[in-house]
Design a protein around this ligand. Structure first.
Ligand SMILES: Cc1ncc(C[n+]2csc(CCOP(=O)(O)OP(=O)(O)O)c2C)c(N)n1
Length: 319
């Protein structure tokens, strides 16, 4: 992986997300929006290891995954704002991004619901003999859900080519994970006898290396694998309604993680001067935000189009 390109991609996501947060504060984002700030190295590192045709499945914290999968940022932002020209016609909003062209199968707001969806895609890949894996992102809390357990059990028994990327940011909404979980993600998957690897989720090169190896194992008939990436959110869980104050999370915890921000970790290893690159990405982001804000609302006549797909059409389109 080219570290400079990875840095650029992470910076693009960071500035995009900071822009979304500003727009949310101005009341321009309908519904809830969940920032990805601080977790950029996971999406960028993992998706740089993906083969172009491999499906990705995400959850409500999906902006970073979509951008790293190749979705056009302006279309993603228009979607988040519910505007014309959005990735899904302005109908999905922030939490349900899907982009067939870039193999983002979908994103769901129901914790852990993305796992069985991804297992279905992995089943399809296996039956088709494509030799491709499917990548699914989830939070650490999602691994405690019943649907996750069922999915992992069945996927393991069927040796489905599925890579589960668990983004362990230490929190589940407003609750510290340590308070509510009996087993850490690694202990849980060890109990299911699944191959797993644990990685510093703020180090894009480490994530990329681990994902490359894990995906190769999945594709090679190894079946389901799990990558647990330890990371941290810079901004809090969701931006809707009253938000907890910054000090909600312990100051020492925040400081420790923010000092190891993925952008800083990568920049420290790059010898080139990044000033011009930073200015360029900032200007690009500002321009796309301005254009998205200028976009109109979708034509009401499109409200019922493209929202359901039936039988053969679904199977045909998914391949
Ligand atoms: C089935 C279900 N239960 C509860 C919720 C409410 N909820 C939204 S996010 C969240 C916490 C999930 O934490 P985690 O999986 O660790 O992901 P993170 O948000 O930290 O990335 C909860 C409980 C939900 N969306 N779906």
């Amino acid at each position: 992986m080219d570290l400079l390109s990875a840095y650029r991609a992470m910076l693009g996501i960071r500035l995009f997300e900071e822009g979304v947060l500003r727009l949310a504060e101005q009341g321009l984002v309908p519904g809830a929006t969940h920032p990805y700030t601080g977790q950029e190295a996971v999406a960028v590192g993992v998706l740089a290891a993906r083969r172009p045709q491999e499906w990705v499945v995400s959850f409500y914290r999906c902006h970073g995954h979509a951008l790293a999968a190749g979705s056009p940022p302006e279309r993603v932002l228009r979607e988040i704002l519910g505007r014309d020209g959005g990735l899904c016609g302005g109908k999905s909003g922030s939490m349900h991004l899907a982009d067939r062209a870039n193999r983002l199968l979908g994103s769901t707001s129901i914790v852990a619901a993305q796992l069985p969806i991804a297992a279905g895609a992995a089943m399809s890949a296996k039956l088709d003999g494509t030799g491709q894996a499917v990548i699914v992102f989830c939070g650490d809390g999602a691994l405690g859900a019943g649907g996750a357990y069922e999915t992992l059990t069945i996927a393991a028994a069927q040796r489905l080519p599925l890579l589960v990327v668990c983004e362990d940011n230490g929190w589940q909404d407003r609750t510290a994970s340590a308070l509510v979980r009996h087993l850490a993600p690694t202990e849980l998957v060890r109990g299911l006898r699944l191959p797993y690897v644990e990685v510093d989720g703020n180090d894009v090169e480490a994530v990329h290396g681990a994902a490359t190896a894990a995906l190769a194992a999945c594709r090679d008939g190894g079946g389901v694998g799990v990558l647990v990436a330890h990371t941290y959110l810079r901004h809090f869980h969701s931006q809707l309604g009253p938000r907890p104050p910054a000090e909600y999370r312990p100051a020492a915890e925040r400081e420790r993680w923010l000092a190891r921000d993925p952008l800083t970790v990568a920049a420290d290893r790059i010898t080139a001067d990044l000033t011009a690159l930073r200015a360029e990405v900032a200007a690009e982001t500002d321009a796309l935000i301005r254009r998205a804000l200028d976009a109109g609302e979708p034509d009401p006549a499109t409200a019922t189009t493209g929202v359901t797909v039936t039988g053969d059409a679904l199977i045909g389109a998914a391949r």
